[in-house]
Design a protein around this ligand. Structure first.
Ligand code: MG
Length: 392
């Protein structure tokens, strides 16, 4: 029996996934015997092996936000090998969140001893619980381990994660294209570039709001818009005024109108808002979700905020249980982390997964999810569905 077939058969019986090799050998002699037959298998005999490296990526266009400009973004890539398969992960660290390539590398240097304690990557719940309990805030570095383990497990099983989770990839939501604050000419050009997308995201909160939206509407009179205020609107009355203005101009939801800790005023805004309100800065992790019920209409999940696919999927379930809307966003990330997020996106209302488009193609080592008819569709390859590009 080939190694791959063995794994599939063993998984079907629930053996490899949950039982240490020695226990499997005694409790499940038929499966244990099959390990020794045919092609020599290393499953159960080898350790997971982690490697990681800096891969700071050039941006497609310099990116200006809050008065500073970036040409590169710090990224650390990970790989976990096991059973002849390789799982890939990524930590993307925009400077304003506090993690750096150095801090991620230091964090990742503590992970191999944890992996060594476990017989296989199928125990990812236990492994990631332990990784998350390391006393640091390094959510992006943690996500890079989470994504690599998910990629690895999916490859060992031979299935993409949307199948493992039971999601329909053809129900993937519209993903937005972001247009920044710029001159009307540039905004009109960007709006033309956004033609393949069904949803345009804008940043508002400057005196040019009317001009910006007017320039978009001169090219796309009817395309739905959404706004990310990034906590920028000064108080609840101003925010509600802005939301009514947005409603009149064809916006469909509002992200993070006011300061992330101001939940009382935010609840008032949501109660009176004609549009759904979405928490981004106010919602980092699973523990935040129940606190936001009644405060926002929904949450924006990002793998780099919440430590990866495992917790992101739990956040989706919890938000759905609480009858909240769900969107999935990203940092500036390569096709690795964006592809990982695309599996979660299948269960979301909206996606904002343009991080890989912001990276210069020559700096993106992977090929994975695709935007088809404005929707972000994960690849049907096993794991997170990426392949290494050969033209680099
Ligand atoms: Mg946001």
């Amino acid at each position: 029996m080939k190694r791959r077939d063995f794994i599939k058969k063993a998984l079907a019986t629930g053996v490899v996934a949950t039982v240490a090799p020695s226990l499997a050998a005694s409790a499940f002699p038929s499966v244990a015997a099959s390990v020794g037959k045919g092609k020599k298998s290393s499953i159960g005999n080898e350790k997971m092996k982690l490697t990681f490296w800096r891969a700071d990526a050039a941006l497609a266009h310099p990116f200006t936000v809050s008065g500073y400009t970036r040409t590169h973004t710090p990224i650390v890539l990970t790989k976990i090998e096991y059973g002849g398969y390789e799982g890939y992960g990524e930590a993307a660290m925009p400077p304003y969140l506090g993690e750096t390539s150095e801090s991620a590398m230091a964090f990742l240097s503590r992970i191999q001893p944890i992996l060594d304690k476990y017989p296989s990557p199928f125990l990812l719940e236990d492994i990631l619980f332990e990784v998350d309990n390391l006393p640091t805030f390094h959510t992006a570095a943690k996500a890079s381990i989470d994504i690599a383990l998910h990629d690895l497990v999916g490859k060992l099983i031979g299935q993409p994660w949307y199948n493992i989770w039971g999601y329909d990839r053809m129900k993937a939501p519209d993903t937005s294209f972001t247009i920044g604050i710029d001159t009307p000419e540039v905004v009109r050009e960007k709006t033309k570039e956004a033609a393949p997308y069904n949803l345009i995201k804008v940043k508002l909160g400057t005196p040019q709001d009317e001009e910006l939206v007017g320039a978009i509407r001169s090219v796309e009179p009817n395309k739905p818009l959404c706004v990310d205020a990034n906590q920028g609107w000064k108080d609840k009355h101003h925010a509600l005024e802005m939301i009514h203005w947005c409603k009149e101009h064809g916006f469909i939801f509002i992200e993070q109108p006011i300061g992330k800790y101001n939940l009382d005023d935010m609840a008032w805004i949501t109660q009176n808002s004609p549009l759904p309100t979405i928490a981004d800065e106010s919602c980092q992790r699973l523990i935040d979700v129940p606190k936001l019920k009644g405060v926002f209409s929904g949450i924006n999940i990002k793998l780099m905020k919440c430590t990866g696919m495992r917790e992101a999927n739990k956040m989706v379930s919890l938000a759905r249980t609480l009858n909240m809307k769900v969107m999935i966003g990203c940092m500036t990330e390569t096709s690795c982390a964006i592809s990982a997020a695309s599996h979660v996106a299948c269960a979301c209302d909206w996606a904002d997964l343009d991080g890989n488009v912001l990276i210069a193609h020559s700096s993106d080592p992977y090929d994975g999810m695709k935007v088809v008819d404005g929707k972000v569709i994960p690849s049907d390859r096993p794991g997170i569905g990426i392949v290494k590009r050969t033209d680099l």
